[in-house]
Design a protein around this ligand. Structure first.
Ligand code: ATP
Ligand code: MG
Length: 217
């Protein structure tokens, strides 16, 4: 076989390999589409969902604000209640306060518990904050309610678990609620429709990288 013939046969081989790959990919995609279509067809219930974002990895609060943005895209009414406020101002706080007057935004207004070290003060603040959140969970006008870091109120026993669980479970049918925070307990997990645990594989902070404006806060 001449050099030219060898090169041509190698090229043909490469093309047929590509074709085989393309055919295999098409078959796999067709199968996946059939499965996805079947799952979509079987999910027929129309109602709001309760979502818990928990775990030690980064991404819980920022995911909740991703859903806030989605809801706002459709002109939905959104309430956001943050149960723990760090010393540091956050980008979402600045944006909501300055640019999104249509979002009802409330912060507990006390620092992290290890900063305040004042249990009775924290409990009073938690109660004031819950007094803002609870009516949202009773108001069908809200499409989406975010309860950011409320899991700590349960973990520290600052608020009665039964009240929070029943308010979430008995909220208006069309309303969705997003709960974020580490922990929270199995009773909370049980009443939620979707529970995602964000796992820390690694975090830049542990390599000495400072928390970054616009990314971490
Ligand atoms: P984010 O607000 O970035 O989505 P989060 O809500 O998942 O984070 P929190 O436990 O509420 O995480 O922590 C808030 C802050 O701590 C954020 O600035 C976040 O980047 C940072 N953080 C989150 N997880 C870790 C971690 N595993 N190690 C160090 N810092 C973290
Ligand atoms: Mg958070």
């Amino acid at each position: 076989m001449s050099q030219r013939e060898k090169a041509m046969s190698q090229r043909e081989k490469a093309i047929s390999q590509e074709e085989r790959k393309a055919r295999k990919h098409k078959a796999a995609m067709e199968k996946q589409k059939t499965n996805v279509d079947a799952s979509i067809a079987s999910a027929s219930e129309e109602r709001g969902v309760a979502i818990l974002l928990t775990g030690n990895g980064k991404g819980k609060t920022s995911s909740a604000f991703g859903m806030v943005m989605r809801a706002l895209g459709y002109g939905h009414k959104v309430g956001v209640v943050q149960f723990i406020k760090g010393e540091q101002l956050s980008g979402e706080e600045i944006y909501l306060k300055e640019q999104c007057p249509q979002v009802d935004f409330y912060q507990m207004g006390t620092g992290f518990t290890w900063d305040t070290q004042d249990r009775s003060g924290d409990i009073a603040a938690a109660r004031r904050t819950w007094a803002v959140a609870r009516p949202m969970l009773e108001d069908a006008g809200y499409h989406l309610v975010v309860l950011d870091e409320i899991t700590y109120m349960l973990a520290y026993d600052y608020l009665p678990e039964a009240d929070i669980l029943s308010a979430i479970a008995n909220r208006p049918r069309e309303q969705s609620v997003v709960v974020t925070g580490r922990g929270g307990g199995s009773a909370l997990q049980d009443i939620m429709d979707t529970v995602s645990e964000v796992k820390e594989v690694k975090h830049a902070f542990n390599d000495g990288v400072k928390a970054r404006e616009g990314v971490d806060f």
